[in-house]
Design a protein around this ligand. Structure first.
Ligand code: DQA
Length: 159
């Protein structure tokens, strides 16, 4: 049984109504609920947190040093493309994470093509809508149940 944190960045509280042609019609609470159900089926505990505020997200990431978080599913939203501070926070806690985007950021404006997280994530899922989060969760289950995961993690985090 592992503790998994889903961290949602700015404007994702508006999921369901925000640019539905890009982000779909599922609300954030519906998404979080479905992930909790899947997580329970896989035998894990999942909590979800969203903030529009960079410093609040950084504090939440820092909390993972003390709490029992084993794996993070992170959609930094617009901070993907701007935030060295959030990247540094993820490096500081050294927890394995998958970066998720609902839309395919590589099919969109060029300023969305760079991520401050992709090179330090275990993996990246972009463009699969809410299914991307479910896939990341299934991957977390696989990752956490294999002893070799620490080697993969060290490789990806250059430790
Ligand atoms: C996003 C993509 C980002 O470029 C954008 O700023 C978001 C959402 C996605 O999930 O597709 O807010 O992270």
């Amino acid at each position: 049984m592992a503790e998994i944190l889903v961290l949602h960045g700015p404007n994702l509280n508006l999921l369901g109504t925000r640019e539905p042609h890009l982000y779909g019609s599922t609300t954030l609470s519906q998404l979080n609920e479905s992930l909790k159900v899947l997580s329970a089926e896989l035998g894990h505990t999942l909590s979800a947190f969203q903030s529009n505020n960079e410093s609040t997200l950084i504090d939440k990431i820092h909390d993972c040093r003390q709490d029992r978080t084993d794996f993070i599913i992170l959609n930094p939203a617009a901070f993907t493309h701007t935030s060295i501070a959030l990247r540094d926070a993820m490096l500081a806690i050294n927890k394995p994470f998958v970066e998720v985007h609902l839309s395919n950021i590589y099919r969109r404006e060029s300023f969305r093509h760079h991520s401050y997280f992709s090179d330090i994530a275990v993996g990246v899922i972009s463009g699969l809508g809410t299914e991307g989060y479910a896939s990341a969760l299934r991957f977390a289950h696989h990752f956490l149940s294999h002893a070799s995961n620490s080697a993969v993690h060290c490789e990806t985090t250059h430790c």
